[in-house]
Ligand binder design. Sequence first.
Ligand code: GLN
Length: 253
Amino acid sequence: MKNLKKIIAIVAALAIIGVIFAACTKGGDTKDAKETLVMATNAEFPPYEYHEGDSIVGIDAEVAAAIAEKLGMELQIEDVSFDSIIPGVQAGKYDMGMAGMTVTDERLESVNFSTSYAKGVQSVIVPEASDIATIDDIAGKKIGVQTSTTGDIYATGDYGEENITRYDNGAVAVQALLSGKVDCVIIDNEPAKSYVAANEGLKILDTAYAEEDYAICFNKADTELQEKVNGALEELIADGTLQGIVDKYINAD
Ligand code: GLN
């Protein structure tokens, strides 16, 4: 009799545990129903990505949010140094990299790229009183760049390793220019405009250094995500959503 009571108690306890477990699993499923889309960026690249209070905003952040919404996914942005975006995407740490990133043949050996959604031009920022008047005056000067960006790669090739100082991001490179540690900074045109607008005493040389296409990068094995994102991105381009986001951040004048 005593044993029977014990058995009933155990069976009842197991049943309760079972019900609780089922409820939890179900709750978990509901919560995870929205798949996360992890995007790596370097949020010191206005107007494409930058910090505003606690959030990361900008053209890339908003386009990515619109893509995630179309795909029914939850966007999660990771702010990392520019040179760790591609290795992180290759390692499967991030689903994609979106950082005003230029499509280059060399990068195409490591990652796949989406349809291009913007154009960039490498620009040269100098102090207003600089004796650097054109791109031809850069040779032999101290050049600040962001590590592993196309500005870094081209300038190192053209002007030599000994003239290049590498910084983690555009903000730090521009600080170095303001304090006279470098004579110029080579960076993409829109961030260049933002940094010049935000800091007194700087200007951009008229000469464009190199023209390039921006796209989102993916792990080479994840062509499924690449295709889904491309589909969403192409819709956003076709229906004018992308242009609307660009217009919000970049003044036509
Ligand atoms: N467009 C440049 C590149 O891809 C710079 C990008 C960036 O600094 N976020 O290298």
